[in-house]
Design a protein. Structure first.
Length: 287
């Protein structure tokens, strides 16, 4: 078992519609010996709206959390791909000394922009071999979906290959499952358009799920609550619109890791998904 400590920024969605992501992440990290110290008094990072309103606002909001991590002297771990993107973009923009001074003035405290921001996928993938697996996910075929925000742009995210990332694939295969080879792992699912252009979300998300299903995937693994929502919540609408049965469970990668580490589907809150994963898990002998 490893022993690592990170400041932890859960973000808004992991405290509401993606609670199962937060719960499974904490369980997995505890089992792996990774201590997550949640930032005190954290606030919204600006998500998908701040940068469309004000460039300065889009930097200042996540900079507040970067500053909080600086004060505790720890690298900052983030689970939500959108929060990760906003924090990484802010750190990149704050390399400009004029912007750093301006944002420090807004925050009212010195900001050095020294915080290392990492995604929980990086943390967990780096530690998964430090404890024995309770059960191997043998026979499970997984489509690893990274989405738009986790890996792009390369010069900001510095995460993985922006066209063919492999980190989640390696993690899933370490668990004993098969990560299918597919070419839509970084294609857009429709992002924040469900309320304004549902048709676009249905089209893009259906394309993803249809290919994953055709390639034999039993489920899709994600690291982004927004992607999870689009791919999971609207499957019935996609089936009606395109006349194709999908019924493809969408799981957070932390839930799959949790299964392999011995946690039950109930402990991992797999009952919160719109598309029920239990029939598939029982068929694979995992529930």
């Amino acid at each position: 078992m490893t022993s690592q400590t990170y400041a932890y920024y859960p973000g808004c969605t992991l405290r509401s519609s993606a609670k199962e992501y937060d719960i499974s992440a904490r369980l997995v990290c505890q089992k792996l010996g990774i201590e997550l110290r949640e930032l005190e008094d954290w606030a919204c990072c600006g998500a998908s709206s701040a940068h469309t309103t004000s460039e300065l606002l889009s930097i200042a909001l996540p900079a507040r959390e970067l500053q909080a991590a600086e004060q505790v002297g720890l690298p900052l771990a983030v689970a939500c791909a959108m929060c990760f993107s906003r924090l990484k973009h802010a750190a990149h923009d704050l390399a400009d000394e004029a912007k750093l001074a301006q944002v420090s003035g807004i925050l009212g405290k010195e900001l050095r922009n020294s915080t290392q921001v990492v995604h929980l996928l990086q943390v967990i993938e780096g530690c998964i071999n430090t404890v024995p697996l309770t059960r191997r996910l043998s026979g499970l075929k997984v489509a690893c979906y990274y989405g738009c925000l986790l890996v792009r742009p390369r010069e900001v995210m510095n995460f993985d290959d922006e066209e063919n990332p492999q980190m989640m694939d390696r993690l899933i295969e370490t668990l004993g499952a098969e990560a299918i080879d597919w070419d839509l792992k970084v294609a857009c699912c429709g992002a924040s358009l469900p309320l304004t252009r549902r048709d676009i979300v249905l089209k893009l998300s259906h394309r993803l799920l249809s290919q994953a299903r055709q390639l034999g995937a039993d489920c899709v693994a994600v690291a982004c609550p927004m992607c999870h929502s689009n791919l999971d919540a609207y499957q019935k609408e996609m089936e009606t619109e395109y006349g194709e049965r999908l019924e493809l469970p969408i799981l957070y990668f932390t839930q799959l890791v949790g299964l392999a580490l011995g946690f039950s589907p109930k402990q991992l809150h797999m009952d919160r998904h719109f598309t029920d994963p239990m029939p598939m898990l029982r068929d694979k002998g995992l529930a």
